[in-house]
Design a protein around this ligand. Structure first.
Ligand code: CTP
Ligand code: MG
Length: 405
């Protein structure tokens, strides 16, 4: 039996995610192999033990319960699922109604801040407990952009950003004044944008501690992409070699495309007028795609399908330089620089000899200048390349961790 905790966290996950535009409620949208809710709860259960009240979308309580149990491990006794309301404020109120009697400190947290570090959750709880009788505590980040006051198309003034901060969750409070403030808000029908605003409206002070970039809220589709990149970067960090083991890493990628479709061939970043095109998602540039897979593999960042596949319609029809530049950016974010890339093309056509240097320059420049070598061969009439049905490409890439450059 775990001791009964004096702290609870209400994780609100009942929103529909209108701005995300997925076909499931936001909390149940997948990021990698886990949902937003699961990732949020993984963080919550990795913090110091506390009661965890998950506020689920109506009708999806069972799914939320399963996610909670998967995240909780041997702490499932601390977890409980309740049904959410039609506004965030009502969902929080539903969560507060499920608190245990011993709880005196309450954190309120958006499931949509799926990557919030457990240390931030603990820091807010500590600040509330140490902070005396009534102050609420929120994590906040300084505002980095230069802000302008605008009216229609006109910029009408500047805003002093040093006086502003961007609020995050979890937000922490002493239980009694929070419950009292909620009772007042529900009775008056007033809606507040967050719990700190509701708490402050009841006359209580609110303080802030340093927030975390990782505690950003997943709101629009681009935020999902940001979360994916952060997750794959942390996967790389855990997969990184131990100190003392040499740091360069190698990756291999292959791609095969059949000839077909309309227009000119695009291959190795070049347009080949008069050559039969390759079919496929995007422009069918099997050389570029094999290089992307080799680079992602070397950095431990997954594969081309994960970053550029059918779930990413923005890459439909894109050419090599877009794929390669984005791949280089992904590697950069994960702390890797590209050493070199070697490509082996198998197919009857096109003939690379006349344009090899041009192809190598195009690919290299899309990769920020890293050397790229392209070799080509026929297959002596054997197999699908030999029969002229399509092409096969293999690429090998070497990457180095930035610290080892
Ligand atoms: N939330 C909730 N109940 C609601 C509305 C929101 O529990 N009726 C939760 C969301 O699940 C989310 C958090 O409050 O974790 C922050 O809200 P927001 O990011 O606005 O999520 P949604 O309301 O789901 O998204 P949208 O506003 O785009 O519809
Ligand atoms: Mg909302």
């Amino acid at each position: 039996m775990l001791p009964v905790p004096d702290t609870a966290i209400v994780v609100v996950a009942a929103g529909s995610g209108t701005r995300l535009g997925a076909d499931a409620p936001k909390a149940l949208v997948g990021i990698d192999d886990r949902t937003i809710l699961r990732l949020a709860l993984d963080g919550v259960f990795a913090a110091a033990p506390m009661q965890v009240v998950v506020v689920a979308p109506p009708g999806l309580e069972g799914v939320a319960e399963a996610e909670m149990r998967a995240a909780a491990g041997d702490r499932a006794d601390l977890g409980r699922v309740v049904t959410g309301g039609d506004t965030r404020q009502r969902s929080v109120a539903a969560g507060l109604a499920a608190l245990w009697g011993d709880v005196s400190t309450v954190l309120v947290h958006d499931a949509a801040r799926a990557l919030t570090p457990p240390a931030l959750i603990d820091a807010v709880a500590h600040a509330v407990r140490d902070g005396g009788a009534v102050a609420g505590v929120i994590p906040a980040l300084p505002v980095v952009d230069t802000l302008k006051r605008v009216e229609a198309a006109d910029v009408v003034g500047a805003v002093d950003r040093s006086a502003l901060a961007a609020a995050q969750t979890p937000q922490g409070f002493r239980r009694e004044p929070l419950e009292a403030a909620y009772a007042v808000a529900l009775a008056s029908g007033a809606e507040y944008t967050d719990d700190a605003a509701l708490f402050a409206a009841a006359g209580h002070p609110v303080q802030h501690i340093a927030g975390s970039e990782r505690a950003f809220k997943i709101t629009v589709p681009a935020d999902l992409e940001r979360a994916r990149h952060l997750l794959s970067a942390s996967r790389v960090r855990t997969a990184r070699p131990q100190p003392g083991v040499p740091l360069p890493r190698v990756g291999v990628g292959t791609d095969v495309h059949a000839f077909g479709g309309e227009g000119n061939l695009w291959l190795a970043g070049l347009e080949w007028p008069g050559e039969q095109p390759l079919s496929g998602h995007s422009d069918g540039d099997a050389v570029a795609h094999a290089i992307v897979d080799a680079l992602l593999a070397a950095a431990g960042l997954g594969d081309i399908g994960e970053h550029f596949g059918a779930a990413h319609p923005e890459y439909a029809g894109a050419h090599a330089e877009v794929f390669l530049a984005r791949t280089r950016e992904l590697l950069g974010e994960a702390g890797f620089a590209i050493g070199n890339v070697s490509v082996q093309f198998q197919g009857n056509r096109p003939r690379f000899s006349a344009r090899r240097a041009e192809a190598e320059r195009a690919l290299s420049s899309a990769l920020g200048g890293a050397p790229v070598a392209v070799a080509a061969t026929t297959t002596d009439g054997l197999g699908f390349p030999g029969r002229g049905e399509g092409v096969a490409v293999t690429a090998v890439a070497l990457v180095v961790a930035r610290s080892a450059e």
